[in-house]
Design a protein around this ligand. Sequence first.
Ligand SMILES: [Zn+2]
Ligand SMILES: [Zn+2]
Length: 231
Amino acid sequence: MKLYYDFHIHSCLSPCGDADNTPNNIVNMALVKGLHVIALSDHNTGKNCPAAIAVGKKNGLIVLPAMELTTSEDIHILCLFEKYEDLQKLESHIQRTRLRIRNKPEIFGKQLILNENDEVIGEEEDLLIVSSGVSVEEVAALVSGFGGIAVPAHIDKQANGLVGVLGAFDYNLGFQLIECTAGSGVKLPQITDSDAHYLWDIAEAEHFIEAETCSAHGVFEALKKMCRQGE
Ligand SMILES: [Zn+2]
Ligand SMILES: [Zn+2]
């Protein structure tokens, strides 16, 4: 079945994510747009994923746990998971290596952790957009070791895109899937996402994935199948 997706959406926990990007608003906007599956991918954290997954379950939208990891070279890597427990393992790993710089809410905005009723249950005090300490050479194997898929994010963007930072795509880094909006010239299967920091930027039902079942498992299996095509 065709499942329309947007695997790259930021919540209010990302310093650059709009305060209106709460779990409920994101899920409802995705449903209005006609999407079947989204991934919540905040910078270097997955702490708003449990709320988004719960809201998705209640409303009939698949929400994959994810994060947009910043490598030590300042390259953004979308890390997609089927299970939140696996994403948590990646998060505990990078918490030990992440640069510790205090967030300045007056500049970057508050980094809020919400529950499934959009109530504030915490605030991340370290600035999340900084380097995770994980290098681009090790990230694909690291994420896959935790059960996830590492996808170089927005590789056609100059800022924080793999090609923009490294100057060319290196096929030896172990990536099997890329995220791109237009043709990148990279010979790997690609997904196209919105990288929405505002609700209105969430993708229209335009890009779909062929999945066997309408579930997080079905979507993740479909992504893994795409990865195998990239081998
Ligand atoms: Zn990014
Ligand atoms: Zn992003």
